[in-house]
Design a protein around this ligand. Structure first.
Ligand code: ATP
Length: 325
């Protein structure tokens, strides 16, 4: 089996593209049977990491072992033991769901006598058995993604890699994909390694690593990460944000900033703080929102900005880089 019960073991992994260091020496382990989430804004290095673990990209430095095998030296062993579901669909629309799976089974050398039963199992698991004879081009986006998950499972991999499995899907379909992922964990006892930039979804993972600008900034269960914050988040809409930020610092000793258009800060007990705010801030308040720590706050506490702001800035950086060419 894998090293010390670890399905994935990463040590000092680095990936450089020219001068650009996309992954900057990350180290972590994923336990067998766990749903492990890799969470971070666009451009943080999630896909680059997953591509190295899947043997599609060669690391610049460091090591990674998947299902007990080295991703560089034992590439074929790694490939035999993993399933992939990537962002870009690679299904053949002119084949039926079942034909797509049969083709994949042959590609992966699934023994003939097992193929039929295995196809039935995985199609039932993702709720597509009844639709198996329909051409994939007539499937909805959610059905296609489910078929890809079924395909990724066909050869009974030990580790399933899902790169943003729900991106571009509507909320209802996203939640149904999650039901299948959780069911999968119960039924197949495999390790699931997934990337996402949806904070709400990371909550469903057993553990998550938060990645920002190529570095892991936090790694734990979602509960432990949120409990570690210990403060509520308060957002206020005001007529004068700069004056409100100055007053918060002067009168309450609270450091606030503007995030996503509202003055935002953290205090130990939000509900108790708000009445004082109205009485003492001295700047008109138009709206108030108090929330318990979320994974967004965890990200904020480690990076100083929200994940959406981080996406904005990474897009800006990319635009600048393009302009500089
Ligand atoms: N082949 C490549 N050549 C040059 N730069 C690359 C290449 N692939 C990725 N990058 C850069 O590496 C950084 C990390 O990209 P990566 O795709 O891993 O991020 P990500 O976290 O997966 O983002 P997303 O959520 O948008 O997929 C980005 O700045 C990206 O532009």
């Amino acid at each position: 089996m894998s090293d010390d019960g670890l399905a994935v073991r990463v040590d000092g992994l680095v990936k450089r593209f020219g001068d650009m260091e996309a992954v900057r020496g990350i180290t972590f382990g994923v336990e067998t049977g766990e749903i492990f989430g890799f969470l971070g804004p666009n451009g943080a290095g999630k896909s680059t990491t997953i591509n190295m673990l899947c043997t599609l990209l060669r690391p610049t430095a460091g090591t990674a072992r998947v299902a007990g095998h080295d991703v560089v030296r034992e590439r074929d062993d790694v490939r035999r033991n993993i399933g992939l579901v990537f962002q870009d669909p690679t299904l053949d629309g002119y084949l039926s769901g079942e034909q797509n799976l049969r083709f994949h089974a042959e590609l992966y050398g699934v023994p003939r006598q097992l193929t039929r039963e295995r196809i039935r199992q995985v199609l039932e698991m993702v709720g597509l058995w009844e639709r198996r004879r329909d051409l994939v081009r007539y499937y909805s986006g959610g059905m296609k993604r489910r078929l890809e998950i079924a395909r990724g499972l066909l050869h009974s991999p030990r580790v399933l890699f899902l790169d943003e499995p729900t991106v571009g899907l509507d909320p209802q379909t996203r939640s149904s994909i999650w039901e299948y992922i959780r069911e999968l964990k119960r039924a197949e006892q495999i390790t699931i390694f997934m990337t996402t930039h949806y904070m709400e979804e990371a909550e469903f993972c057993d553990r998550i690593a938060i990645i920002d600008a190529g570095r892991i900034v936090a790694l734990d269960t979602p509960e432990a990460l949120k409990a570690g914050i210990g403060e509520d988040r308060v957002r206020i809409g005001t007529t004068d944000d700069d004056a409100a930020i100055a007053a918060l610092a002067d009168r309450f000793g609270v450091a606030a900033g503007v995030s996503e258009g509202a003055v935002t800060f953290a205090v130990p007990s939000g509900e108790r703080f708000v009445p004082r705010l109205f009485a003492e801030l001295g700047v008109p308040i138009e709206s108030v929102n108090v929330s318990r720590p979320s994974l967004d706050d965890v990200f904020m506490s480690f990076t100083g900005r929200t994940i959406r702001d981080a996406e904005g800035s990474s897009r800006d950086q990319m635009r600048l880089a393009m302009r500089g060419r």
